[in-house]
Design a protein around this ligand. Structure first.
Ligand code: HAM
Length: 425
């Protein structure tokens, strides 16, 4: 073996996604496209980098994402730029920038793609991860909250993921939240010396974030903190009750989690998370909520909005464990339905013609170019091909190709055009 001149590996927390896992990703994405499309959502693609300010002004300075986790740099023109840590801010920017508010409401978009957060990598948490999400603009009715949550659950079901639980809460509007923040400050004030340095900062900036802290002592102290539900104004209370009543009427199982506050600043009223018991500490597969003020804060007209995002890596992990996919995950990738073994140059051209015809009909075909007939057949077997077709000189002359079904052991001779028929026997 020659000594390598260079060796590389991917960055920490920024993994490759290899087959057969990518097959699961495709399945999840097609389920999303189908379900979201049927609910009137169209795909939007926004850039992976945006001005850093965009995230600062939406996700919020006090959030962990902005305070600690952004991949930020100054470009050659001296602009502060960040890799997007989530999708909502960019979609809202695009909505306002392209004057989409003039179109009839509600306007609904979905998106997919990589997001970046400089977190400590661990099981289920990467620095580059992928989200598939949806955002809806111009609907204030609680019916839309319920519809969005039901769309998310329908997507997860369609993708084949089971054993999930839905948690709901309301974090109110700025008015009820101002009162709540004061109650939180009154509660946490005497505990400040015991709280971690981050929570001391949060106490000043936004005491809601203390409820999200992962430090054990802060969690213990937070356990008896006041609940936002006790501070909701009558309108926010009514909105939340209506959302829950609709979910109940639609027999969508949920639990109210009065402690959920979410880690991003833009939320108002309804927030929700979908969790799995099979993922360990990083158990949220999807999360979202309302953000009725963000569009106007970004210079658009007052536009109620709501959305969610699901983590692709976590969904793919859950899907890989579902019985239907266990088999697939043990193999190296998609198996060919037909493996053509050409012997000689003229047979190579015939193999390409046959493969082209079958591929145009959506059949997965592999041509075994290298090695002896024996090694080609061994490779077909290893790849899990269903059918092997052999094209040698004799076969070329007669136009009848030898075939063997590797599963049943049956074999025979057949004209090129008839090969697909063998698959549907
Ligand atoms: P988020 O809760 O920050 O919300 O992220 C949504 C989902 O992305 C999480 O539930 C999780 O599945 C996945 N996720 C987040 N961070 C990581 C990570 N480091 N590694 C792997 N997966 C991760 C948002 O991003 C909001 N933009 C959701 C939203 C849309 N709200 C309204 N519209």
């Amino acid at each position: 073996m020659t000594k390598p001149r260079f060796t590389f590996s991917s960055l920490k927390g920024i993994p490759d996604v290899l087959p057969p896992e990518t097959i699961l990703w495709n399945k999840i994405e097609s389920a999303a496209c189908e379900v979201f499309g049927s609910c009137g959502y169209d795909e939007i693609r926004t850039p992976v980098m945006e001005p850093s300010e965009l995230f600062l002004r939406s996700i919020g300075e006090s959030s962990d994402i902005v305070a600690k986790e952004m991949y930020s740099f100054t470009d050659k023109g001296g602009r502060g730029i960040s890799l997007r840590p989530e999708g909502t801010a960019g979609v809202v920017r695009a909505y306002v920038e392209h004057n989409l508010p003039v179109r009839p409401a509600p306007q609904k978009f979905f998106y997919r793609g990589p997001m970046f957060r400089y977190e400590r990598p661990q099981k289920g948490r990467q620095r580059q991860f992928h989200q598939i999400g949806a955002e809806c603009f111009g609907a204030s009715h609680p019916g839309m909250d319920a519809e969005l949550v039901m769309m998310l659950m329908a997507f997860l079901e369609k993708a084949g993921i089971s054993g999930l639980s839905l948690e709901m809460n309301s974090i109110g509007c700025p008015e009820c939240r101002a009162a709540f923040k004061e109650r939180l400050r009154a509660y946490f004030g005497p505990h400040l010396p015991e709280l971690c340095p981050d929570c001391n900062r949060r106490f000043e900036q936004n005491p809601l974030r203390i409820l999200d802290c992962k430090v054990e002592r802060c969690i213990e102290i937070g356990a008896d903190a006041p609940l936002i539900s006790e501070s909701l104004c009558p309108e926010c209370r009514r909105h939340f009750d209506s959302v829950l009543a609709l979910l109940t009427a639609m027999k969508t199982p949920y639990a109210v989690n009065p402690r959920m506050v979410r880690g991003l600043d833009y939320y108002t009223r309804t927030v929700f998370e979908v969790k799995s018991g099979r993922l360990g500490a990083q158990n949220a597969v999807a999360a979202g909520g309302r953000y009725d003020l963000l569009v106007s804060e970004f210079g658009g007209p007052e536009t109620p909005a709501l959305g969610f995002a699901a983590g692709m890596e976590r969904l793919a992990k859950l899907l890989a464990e579902e019985t239907l996919f266990k088999d697939l995950m043990e193999k190296t990738g998609g198996q060919p339905e037909v493996f053509i073994a050409p012997l000689g140059d003229a047979a190579g051209a015939a193999a390409l013609v046959s493969a082209g015809l079958m591929r145009s009909r959506g059949i997965r075909v592999e041509i075994g170019w290298d090695g002896s007939l024996k090694s080609k057949l061994r490779r077909a077997d290893k790849m899990g091909a269903k059918l092997v077709v052999i094209i040698g000189e004799d076969e070329l002359k007669s136009g009848m190709y030898k075939w063997k079904d590797l599963k049943s052991g049956e074999s025979g001779e057949i004209g090129a055009a008839e090969i697909p028929g063998l698959l549907s026997r």
